[in-house]
Design a protein around this ligand. Sequence first.
Ligand code: PMP
Length: 418
Amino acid sequence: MTAQPPVRRALPVDAELRRRAAAVVPGGLWGHMDVSRMPAGYPQFFEHAEGCRLRDADGNEYVDFMCAYGPMVLGYRDPQVEAAAAAQAAKGDVFDGPAPVLVDLAERFVETVAHADWAMFQKNGADATTTCVTLARAGTGRRKILVAKGAYHGAVPWCSPSVAGVTAEDRAHLLEYEYNDADSLRAAAAAAGGDLAGVVATAFRHDVRRDQELADPAFARAAREVCDAADAALILDDVRAGFRLHPAGSWEPLGVRPDLSAFSKAIANGHALAAVAGTDRWREAATQVFVTGSFWCSAVAMAASLATLERLAAPEASQHMAAMGVRLRDGIDAQAAAHGVSLRQSGPPQMPLILFDDDPDLAKGSLFCLEALRRGVYLHPWHNMFLSTAHRPEDVDRALEATDAALAAVARGFPAAA
Ligand code: PMP
């Protein structure tokens, strides 16, 4: 056993907030941001952020590589995005119907996303993925949906990773396939028989706690063929990757266009918004279904999205994130080699994941991340991380100073077996 390092500074404010939360919030917090899932030493509460710098409730500052789990794609409190949001807020946010910006934004999606003939807006990623599934069923009159084993599409009963509170009926018409395995996809489609409504695939394989896998173009083409043969919907869940990899859609470089795609996270740089984009084949179904929410038409997030997408449409945005991701990856690879630590970095450079060899309980990954944390760098031991356009070379270099010391600590804490 290695002793866990202390955090960079004590977290008394955080500890007090967590103590109070424990009494009035079930478990202290729900979901993916519940810090009790992380190695002990991570802060739960944050009070400020700007660019790629994040400050916790105790005033400790971090170079952040989580970007709020994806939404921050231009950096926290981007001045242009916040100005657009403030200008809309001055006029109002929710009305008896949408603001004109809804039409501007739908036009922007149709211009930018290659397969899109129309767009609809929601709040969270799960709203968008669930709407896609509903549209696939409405547009085909069929029930079966193929999903990749282990993929995350949201925390609602049809796709939640937890079975608590979920009935077998909620998932009665899901069939699983193995991501990047065209044969298993075809077998699942055969099992669906004449009842296939749609195939859901994420942009690449980004399941937690395992190496990420880029989408194999042959697999993407097979998914397209399976859907074409059955006149079923190919649904790209681009919630996590959308606009970080390619503004026209994450499968555009593969030459495969989905029928429906779900976006959220990055599309409004931190304002709550999701989108479904679709082709004309699914327009009638999208007209027929009843999907809505009290805040789905709120205008401030749409104004923020318009300002965000304008910037992300330029190829330089994803190229910059990729370049910063490569700088981080190359630096860590060189440091790991120098310290004799074997690790694996996977996924696109804009969304890196670092896992250590021989680390079944993630003890090495946890030590690495805690050592980086106490040196002012916020990494994640088992979920993919995110670069933003606000990460500058000097931020990455600052992070690399911390990772060098963190890898030295891993080498000390886990001396290679003689
Ligand atoms: N799909 C994917 C691929 C996701 O990564 C997420 C969120 N992590 C979702 C759907 C659900 O999005 P949300 O949490 O906004 O509902």
